[in-house]
Design a protein around this ligand. Structure first.
Ligand SMILES: Cc1cc2nc3c(=O)[nH]c(=O)nc-3n(C[C@H](O)[C@H](O)[C@H](O)COP(=O)(O)O)c2cc1C
Ligand SMILES: O=C(O)C(=O)c1ccccc1
Length: 370
């Protein structure tokens, strides 16, 4: 009898590995150049230890929180990631339905294989759900405007402007495998046909659309003039850029290194988070993505001052494993781990998670308080 049981995000990744051909798996999983940052993103959590408080009544522990104007069942959302139909034919539709079932928000990539209208409808047909639209700075402001207007009309509450990608990172896997979008997949937000896309490598296709002449002064006031949605900057890693986001009136930043796919050698996001939270001084909201693989990782990020976390690859692995059911399973695993972590540390609600909940292991010393 088979006793195959999928219990963790690691198990889901292993299942995805069995299903995905190499060129897809490497595209999804890889970071850039030496893979330092993609590796550190998930391993850097390990230096923190949890400081549980015991004998607290956690029978009514409440994992919910409110972000981006809406309540979610726990402080996690699904990051905008392109090409989800390469993991499963239902792609972003399946992700949206699973997010609606688990009652969390979802980011829609500009490189999604379904349109923002279809993705929002799929989610809303399942249950109320909030989406944000990810946007790159682009050469064609007309196209950018059309994406923004469509997202706003469809019901998105925020633009997440990805700021870390004037050019793609150095991705050996894409070059070795001559990575191209598989036949038949569309990018409806970008108004490109499958044939046009197939004719280009990922690198050339990306470059033909996105802009490397972007700047705070040119792009943020322009974006503000185009939409009433919230404006968030995705891909911030320094206090300096948090201060600029404040100066330009942005609503929030996502501390992110693009899952280690852009500039290798940047810090793990959990290590960049504290300086960003300090620079925010509570005046701008801070969220984080990168390397989150367990409920405890979410707990640690919240303890270090993020109001919410996002996951990229775990949702993609889950899609490849079992479509909508797979993504729901991944989200349920993270929800259950996070809830138990809260209860076992004695936290009755998300606002009780604080620096006091963590310690840090330093060489040869006792556990240090933060
Ligand atoms: C396959 C893949 C596609 C992605 N596509 C986008 C994208 O279109 N826009 C974007 O801003 N970020 C994109 N990202 C980055 C994610 O939004 C997120 O920052 C990252 O995946 C988080 O790290 P994690 O995968 O370790 O959770 C992508 C990531 C992956 C793995
Ligand atoms: O590969 C990426 O990291 C990314 O941002 C992207 C962009 C376009 C399509 C698919 C992924």
């Amino acid at each position: 009898m088979s006793t195959e049981v999928v219990l963790s995000i690691e198990d889901i990744q292993n299942e995805a590995t069995k299903k995905l051909p190499r060129f897809k798996r490497e595209f999804f999983n890889s970071g850039s150049t030496a893979q330092v940052t993609v590796h550190e993103n998930s391993t850097a959590f390990a230096k923190y230890r949890l400081r549980p408080r015991v004998l607290k009544d956690v029978s009514k522990a409440d994992t919910s929180t409110s972000i981006l104007g809406g309540k979610i069942s726990f402080p996690l959302c699904v990051s905008p990631a392109g090409l989800q139909a390469m993991a499963h034919p239902d792609g972003e539709l399946a992700t949206s339905r699973a997010c609606a079932k688990r009652k969390i928000h979802m980011g829609v990539s500009s490189f999604a294989n379904y349109s923002v209208e279809e993705i929002i409808k799929a989610g809303n047909d399942t249950g109320p759900i909030t989406h944000v639209m990810q946007l790159y700075t682009m050469k064609d402001r007309g196209l950018q405007t059309r994406i923004i207007k469509r997202a706003e009309a469809a019901g998105c509450v925020a633009i997440f402007l990805t700021a870390d990608s004037p050019v793609l990172g150095v991705r050996y896997n894409e070059w070795r495998n001559d990575f191209r979008t598989p036949d038949g997949l569309a990018f409806p937000m970008l108004e490109r046909t499958s044939e046009m896309i197939m004719a280009q490598t990922h690198d050339d296709g990306f470059l033909s659309l996105t802009s490397d002449s972007h700047s705070w002064a040119d792009d943020i006031p322009w974006l503000r003039s185009q939409t009433k949605m919230e404006i968030w900057i995705k891909g911030v890693l320094t206090a300096e850029d948090v201060l600029l986001a404040r100066e330009y009136g942005c609503d929030g930043v996502v501390v992110s290194n693009h899952g280690g796919r852009q500039l290798d050698g940047t810090p793990a996001t959990i290590d960049a988070l504290p300086e960003c939270v300090a620079a925010a001084e509570g005046k701008i909201r801070i969220q984080v993505d990168g390397g989150i693989r367990t409920g405890q990782d979410i707990f640690k990020a919240i303890a270090l001052g993020a109001e919410c976390c996002w996951i990229g690859r775990p949702a993609i692995w889950a899609l490849a494993y079992d479509g909508q059911k797979g993504v729901k399973k991944a989200l349920d695993i993270l929800y259950d781990e996070f809830r138990r972590c809260m209860m076992l540390t004695g936290c009755k609600n998300v606002s009780e998670i604080s620096k006091a909940s963590l310690g840090i292991v330093r060489a040869d010393g006792p556990l240090a308080r933060l």
